[in-house]
Design a protein around this ligand. Structure first.
Ligand code: UDP
Length: 160
């Protein structure tokens, strides 16, 4: 028999994923986590909270001043969200592919937004759009001690 190894350095990228209030109200949290888990991504952070206006505005700071910004902050603070951090190879870009386009109606079938949503202001889920955004967003939503360090036993069966 041979020992199966993996390149640990290849799997440390992290993305900030958030089920928005519409996804929580609609009971989609489990389905969304399941998609990332099944793909092989490792859950390292998870919490449910009703965000403050300050947190929501900081999260979407790049959109401050745009016409949809006030409604976006109202929406995000209107209920509970589930803040998640997933880790794995290329998780930021692959996470965005799994999530789909900003407008669910323009999103390909099989993506989360297409499978669960219709309107752009009710698009279920957020995912970081770059590794730099991911680092900023993870630091905004989580303390360092809220992120778990562990190696899933399946790691060597997901990465060659
Ligand atoms: N949004 C909206 N109306 C718009 C554009 C965006 O309500 O015309 C909301 C939508 O929920 C989107 C979020 O603002 O997910 C952030 O927009 P962004 O362009 O960053 O899209 P994303 O990265 O979420 O696909």
């Amino acid at each position: 028999t041979t020992t199966v190894g993996f390149a640990a350095s290849a799997v440390t990228e992290r993305s900030f994923i958030m089920v928005k209030p519409d996804g929580v109200h609609r009971g989609l949290v489990g389905d969304i986590i399941k998609r990332f888990e099944q793909r092989g991504y490792k859950l390292v952070g998870c919490k449910v909270l009703v965000p403050s206006r300050e947190l929501a505005a900081k999260h979407y700071a790049e959109h401050d001043g745009k016409p949809f910004f006030p409604k976006l902050v109202d929406f995000l603070t209107s209920g509970a969200v589930v803040a998640l951090v997933f880790e794995g190879k290329d998780v930021v870009k692959t996470g965005r592919t799994m999530i789909g386009a900003t407008n669910p109606l323009a999103s390909p079938p099989g993506t989360i937004r297409a499978d669960y949503g219709i309107d752009v202001g009710r698009n279920i889920i957020h995912g970081s759009d770059s590794v730099d955004s991911a680092m900023r967003e993870i630091a905004l939503w989580f303390r360092a001690d809220e992120l778990a360090n562990y190696t899933p036993v399946a790691t060597a069966w997901i990465y060659e």
